[in-house]
Design a protein around this ligand. Structure first.
Ligand code: NAP
Length: 298
């Protein structure tokens, strides 16, 4: 029996509906939530990711500001842009698109995002709070994976979960959150990365495999256990004979995996739309806290 297809769009639509209601409540108080994004890349894929965020904002009545910096420019231009958005009272949330150019010091960016606006937990404080189980925000990709597992009633409690990827923005917070003593969570998590000797041996042991490696066809059916649940976070561009000249694929060879797995997210159309909706939810949360006058602690 081919695996169930875990469509992201219905899950995203439900999240967006909740966001719209909260935006309407803020509007009654004369407040419009606003996201500020910073992009320092010429890569068409990175541009597209940022454009999708602005389009998602527009759909639910969240305003947004789009700051773009030449990737060749001095790193201080980026630091200044983050400082300005952090200090701007009209901006509720700040999102910095990664990867950043090599001459940028990630630590400089991390310390400059106002924690009250740090929806992706770039800062040491926000990340620390997430890891300690008292999150100010749950980063959008992590929240999206949790929402999908929850919506499709796929509990991870007590199960072996392999997370492939350990980046600061995706793999690390996700793996940590899935292992926490809360639901969805309570999983036994193994984190894999580029130095993992035998990736297939780890993923074959797992009941649930979550991949965020950014590597097309890294995994196929032969690396999965029968009845595994597969959540593919990656959105990789691969040259292809299409109108745009590329296609978007995940880390998992879908057709091969669906013969073995019980359930699998498609790429595109799986985690991606839910991540966008989860980002909106975080923007609204930041705006609500400001409206309430709370959350003064940094
Ligand atoms: P990243 O910073 O490049 O991190 C990739 C991680 O995967 C690293 O930890 C790396 O290991 C590991 N890895 C790479 N190749 C591997 C291999 N062959 N075997 C095992 N592990 C391997 O990427 P990222 O920013 O986390 O993004 C990951 C993917 O998610 C990308 O495709 C991106 O486009 C996608 N993405 C999706 C969404 C969404 O909403 N769905 C949002 C943002 C990003 P090392 O640590 O050893 O280098």
């Amino acid at each position: 029996v081919p695996a169930d297809r875990l469509e992201g769009e219905p899950v995203a639509a439900a999240v967006r509906e909740g966001v719209r209601e909260r935006v309407a409540r803020l509007a009654e108080r004369g407040q419009v939530p606003r996201l500020g994004t910073v992009l320092m890349s010429d890569d068409p894929a990175d541009r597209r990711f940022v454009e999708l965020k602005h389009a998602a904002c527009q759909r639910v009545g969240v305003e947004s500001r789009d700051v773009r910096i030449d990737p060749e420019a001095a790193a201080t231009r980026l630091y200044d842009a983050v400082d300005r958005l952090s200090a701007d009272p009209a901006v509720d949330a700040v999102f910095v698109q990664v990867p950043l150019p090599d001459h940028v010091r990630a630590a400089e960016v991390r310390t400059r995002v106002d924690p009250r606006k740090d929806v992706d937990c770039l800062g040491f404080g926000t990340l620390g709070r997430l890891v300690s189980g008292d999150p100010r925000f749950v980063p959008a990709t992590t929240a999206a994976v949790l929402a999908l597992l929850d919506a499709y009633d796929l509990p991870v409690e007590g199960r072996d979960v392999a997370v492939v990827g350990r980046s600061a923005v995706i793999g690390r917070p996700l793996a940590n959150r899935l292992g926490q003593d809360r639901l969805p969570g309570n999983a036994t998590v193994t984190v894999c990365h580029s130095r993992t000797t035998d990736l297939g041996a780890v993923t074959r042991r797992a009941d649930v495999v979550v991949t965020a490696a950014g590597s097309p066809e890294l995994l196929d059916g032969s690396m999965l256990s029968d009845g595994a649940v597969v959540v593919d976070v990656s959105a990789n561009r691969r040259p292809a004979d299409t109108e745009r000249g590329y296609e978007v694929v995940g880390d998992v060879a879908y057709e091969s995996a669906r013969e073995v797995a019980a359930a699998i997210t498609p790429v595109p159309g799986g985690v991606g739309p839910v991540t966008l909706a989860a980002l909106l939810e975080n923007v609204v949360l930041a705006a609500e806290r400001r409206a309430g006058g709370g959350d003064r602690d940094r």
